[in-house]
Design a protein around this ligand. Sequence first.
Ligand SMILES: Nc1ncnc2c1ncn2[C@@H]1O[C@H](COP(=O)(O)OP(=O)(O)OP(=O)(O)O)[C@@H](O)[C@H]1O
Length: 274
Amino acid sequence: MTTDSFVCERLTKSFAHGPDAVPAVDDVSFTLGAGRSFGIVGESGAGKSTLLKCLVGLLPADAGRVTYEGQDVGRLSRQEMRAYRRRVQLVLQDPYTSLPVNATVAQALEEPLVIHRLGRAQDRRARVLRALESVSLAQRTLDRGIRTLSGGQRQRVAIARALVLDPQTLLLDEPVSALDVSVRAQVLNVLIDLQEERGLRYVVVSHDLNVIKILAGEVAVMLKGRFVEQGSAEQVLYSPRHEYSQLLVSAAPSVERSLENRAQQGRPVAAPAV
Ligand SMILES: Nc1ncnc2c1ncn2[C@@H]1O[C@H](COP(=O)(O)OP(=O)(O)OP(=O)(O)O)[C@@H](O)[C@H]1O
């Protein structure tokens, strides 16, 4: 393990207790280096969102440990936790509920900087513009109300809202599942470009194997709180060993095609991000 790793060791989290209670997250471990991507796939209720919340410090774990670049996240002071939450940003799946709907794009992007007391007005403007540019949205979008944006634009604003704090790691919870198929590729393209440009580390949660394959180099399959299989995306998605992973892969026949697309084009599809 190196000091620039994001490490989750034997993490367990339960909501219910008693003899029949199944932990939402059960003895889960992974190590993720800087600039790498880890995908977690599993059906609804597998424990994926709970795991992300534990990773970002929104939920305390019952057992196990999360270490970020050598620091034990469970032992951070309040001030250190604020700094950690700048470096590790959670992007939620539904841009319709994760953004302040009555705000303009400019207000929504400036808010995290105000909350974290970062920069003066001019610096904030520069950071907001940089974040907006990173998600391929035009400057004129700043004055628009969040309500007036399409789903794809909202999700790009949600990503920009995370980027404005200059994070090193994004935890992406179903980053495109709330979007129409036609705009999914735009948002996935933005995420691929961002990783190349900024060297971001991603933990991506999805029930969609195509999304995982496009974004993640390493993959875990989650079932009832446990990682039942873990390995390179290539191995897990092409040669799954666990019965449940085999079931997931066989139920997603389009995975292969999407892999070919990326191999040929470097992009999930050729749609430009506008
Ligand atoms: N705040 C909570 N209180 C009680 N139980 C919870 C809470 N949050 C999640 N759970 C339970 O923990 C389990 C895992 O839920 P979680 O939302 O993490 O799964 P998921 O894989 O992210 O599913 P989805 O894709 O539907 O969001 C489920 O049984 C869920 O009902």
